[in-house]
Design a protein around this ligand. Structure first.
Ligand code: UDP
Length: 239
């Protein structure tokens, strides 16, 4: 059994609360069912989402650790709570696209579902007031968001994450269209994967039917959002 106890709340975000522990290097994340889209303009609840995102994210992080990607995971404490390493977040949303979807469609004038000839890695600047603008490496370097060494390691880890996730999702009949991840710095400066990997942060399509099994159901009012999250959970954990 674990010794981690929740102390004061440090932060409440759109989908999670974060609490201090007695260890200054460890915090507890508590996943909520609250959902937002379009930078908080659309709000709602996806019943059971917190449990699914917590368990799924931890399951994937464990696999990534085995594959050599260091993550923030310390220990799953309950259905919704996980002890994780405390980091300062690198203010970049790191996105990989394998198939055209989302904001890429308008930017590039292509149809949803268009296959890409190679995977695209892109950055957004994590800044709500600016609506997370699209940036490139030079923006990140010029504004001191990350160093060149950090960008290199972030890119290497992100391509590895894509490789592991694509294989994993394929094994449960799901096509990984795109995803967003975030990285953090430990107090010693090393870079690790932080935040979550879930249907909130990945586009997941059924391999046979192309049915959307992710947050696009909520964003676009497609209905069946809770069922879609549960379907992903069932394919991973058989429940
Ligand atoms: N994404 C995310 N958080 C964001 C923006 C995007 O998790 O704030 C994920 C999204 O779920 C998708 C990928 O990043 O899997 C690419 O998203 P895109 O840039 O197409 O933006 P969106 O259309 O989701 O606004």
């Amino acid at each position: 059994m674990s010794d981690w106890k929740k102390l004061e709340q440090l932060y409440e975000g759109k989908a999670k609360k974060v609490f201090a522990t007695e260890d200054p290097e460890v915090v507890i994340v508590d996943y909520k069912d609250d959902a937002t889209a379009f930078n908080g303009k659309k709000k709602g609840t996806i019943r059971g989402k917190g449990v699914i995102n917590n368990r799924m994210s931890n399951y994937i992080m464990k696999q990534l650790e085995i594959e050599g990607v260091p993550t923030h995971l310390v220990e799953e404490l309950s259905d919704r709570e996980t002890a994780v390493k405390k980091v300062s977040i690198v203010p970049l949303e790191v996105i990989i696209r394998n198939v055209a979807a989302g904001s890429f469609l308008k930017r590039m004038g292509v149809a949803e579902g268009t296959d890409l000839l190679c995977s695209i890695l892109e950055f957004s600047y994590k800044c709500d007031e600016l609506d997370d603008p699209f940036i490139n490496d030079d923006y990140a370097l010029a504004l001191g968001l990350a160093t060149q060494d950090e960008l290199n390691i972030i890119k290497t880890y992100t391509h590895k994450v894509n490789e592991v996730l694509q294989k994993f999702f394929l094994s449960i009949g799901i096509r990984l269209i795109d995803f967003k991840i975030e990285f953090g710095r430990l107090s010693n400066g090393s870079i690790i994967l932080a935040d979550e990997i879930s249907p909130d942060t990945c586009r997941l399509w059924d391999i046979k039917t192309n049915e959307k099994l992710d947050k696009d159901r909520f964003r676009r009012d497609l209905g069946g959002t809770e069922e879609a999250y549960q379907e992903v959970m069932k394919r991973i954990f058989g429940e």
